[in-house]
Design a protein around this ligand. Structure first.
Ligand SMILES: O=C(O)CCC(=O)C(=O)O
Length: 259
């Protein structure tokens, strides 16, 4: 497929990414593309596209006193397995192309997900490093593109990153008993928020510490996330049974004690 609005990184972008551990990428999608992805996204959220075990609330079950049983952070793993043409679309194709600009021609698509923070009732995404969720691999090149379909602001849960955290040892993560998510200690004081316009993206490394606040606004905060790593490492992951939740009953949270 021919990508019409292919984003090219320059050497300063690439240097910034490797120095800081994250990068803001404006204009990954144009406004027409954003509209089309939003329409599809809403079909996932509304359950028109059935998701089965791939859908979860990242904020875990709510207490009995909750006024609503709706999700606080909707996570849908593997949208491209449910709607395969997504893989050939501009969002995924540009993410793969950009991962190759950052890390070389052997980078490929590993997995994807949707994370929505609904209005008002959402929760913060805890501080974590994605690598805490992953199996150990000999080649740690791995990038995660976070593509905003809505304007992402501090108030609705844009991403916050700790610059240079990828150069430090991994922080100790523990599994939150309620949410089952892995989390570690960090503060906003160490981090930078990265607000985005619809169609903009961030990209970060597996060891880059990040988090987002709850959505306190009246509107959804819809994001599509695409992860890439070397083709050979994807094969090695799969050989270890790691498919990022695609197969039911295979836990994608490795033991927190391993960190
Ligand atoms: O969307 C969020 O709030 C968190 C996303 C995230 O942790 C990630 O993309 O690695």
């Amino acid at each position: 497929m021919i990508i019409q609005n292919s984003v090219q990184l320059d050497s300063a972008d690439i240097e910034e990414f490797h120095r800081e551990g994250f990068l803001r990428i404006p204009g990954l999608l144009d406004s027409g593309q954003v509209q089309r992805y939003r329409a599809l996204y809403d079909r996932f959220l509304e359950g028109v596209i059935s998701t089965g075990h791939l859908r979860a609330d990242l904020a875990g079950p709510q207490g009995d006193d909750s006024a609503t049983d709706s999700e606080r952070i909707t996570q849908i793993m593997w949208p491209s397995a449910l709607v395969p043409p997504l893989l050939d679309g501009p969002l995924h194709q540009q993410a793969i192309a950009l991962s190759r600009q950052l890390f070389g021609g052997d980078m490929d698509f590993d997995f994807d997900m949707l994370i929505n923070k609904p209005p008002r009732q959402s929760a913060p995404t805890p501080w974590h490093q994605d690598a805490a969720y992953w199996v150990d691999l000999p080649d740690c090149r791995a990038v995660s593109f976070w593509v905003a379909l809505d304007e992402a602001t501090v108030d609705n849960g844009c991403m916050w990153f700790v610059p240079g955290s990828h150069f430090e040892p991994m922080r100790k993560h523990h599994q939150n008993e309620e949410t089952r998510a892995l989390e570690c200690e960090a503060t906003e004081g160490e981090a930078e928020p990265v607000p985005l316009k619809p169609g903009d993206a961030t990209v970060h490394l597996g060891k880059t510490l990040h988090y987002s606040r709850a959505n306190s606004t009246e509107f959804d905060r819809r994001a599509v996330i695409v992860n890439c790593r070397p083709e050979l490492m994807i094969k090695m992951e799969r050989a270890q049974g790691m498919d990022h939740g695609l197969t039911e009953n295979v836990s994608f949270v490795r033991s927190a004690s391993a960190n």
